[in-house]
Ligand binder design. Sequence first.
Ligand SMILES: [Zn+2]
Length: 263
Amino acid sequence: MSVPVFRVDGGDASSPVVLHVPHSSRQISGPARASIALDDAELVAELDHMTDACTDLIAARAAAAARVRPWMFVNEWSRLVVDPERFPDEREEMAAVGMGAVYTRTSHGRRLRPDDPAFAQRLLDAHFHPYAQGMTDLVDERLAATGRAIVVDVHSYPALALPYELHGDGPRPQVCLGTDLAHTPPWLRDAAARAFAGFEVAFDTPFAGCYVPLKHHGIDDRVSALMVELRRDVYQTEPGGEPHSGLDRLAASLAALVDALEA
Ligand SMILES: [Zn+2]
């Protein structure tokens, strides 16, 4: 694979904060495209539903506005190639609906690509494992430099539940904050609730959890993490439409969160 799997935008040497953006890209690799059983118009529609549009832009604006620049880790490829947030094995509950790390179903339950374990393994080798290693390395670097690391996932989600969602009947606040029992301490929950106080906020609904590298998960309490899920109608016309002024408010709140975490 000649194109890098992820991009790291360097932050300040003193910053423990990593803004992690896994789902903003619409880029599909040649082999992945060849495996997808949708025509071009159907693929555009699927990308409109599944891409966390503009979350890279929101994170970049927040990084630029923060008093101390945080680090950014951005997936260069679409989640329709590989979803780096999913477990690549039977631990993943989404695998039951064809949406493990390598999706075989669309957001509406249609066939996306054939079940082909050998091909899926090649995608995992090319994308999933280098990505996981990259995040692990960046977290280790922040630990070495600052003695702690704080991973803030930046996602977005549709106002109306998509058929694939397993917990789609829960409340859908403007800002959903996903937490981990071991890695989201009260000070981090409180800082996020304060930073997004201008919005309707709830924890772990309709999406729960956050990304912690396996090397550190449940083992290293110097690593903290939180997922920020922004409801898309707050900043764009859905699905896949242009952003509007809500984007600036969300970026400002995310910058306020970064400032609070670095204080
Ligand atoms: Zn996402």
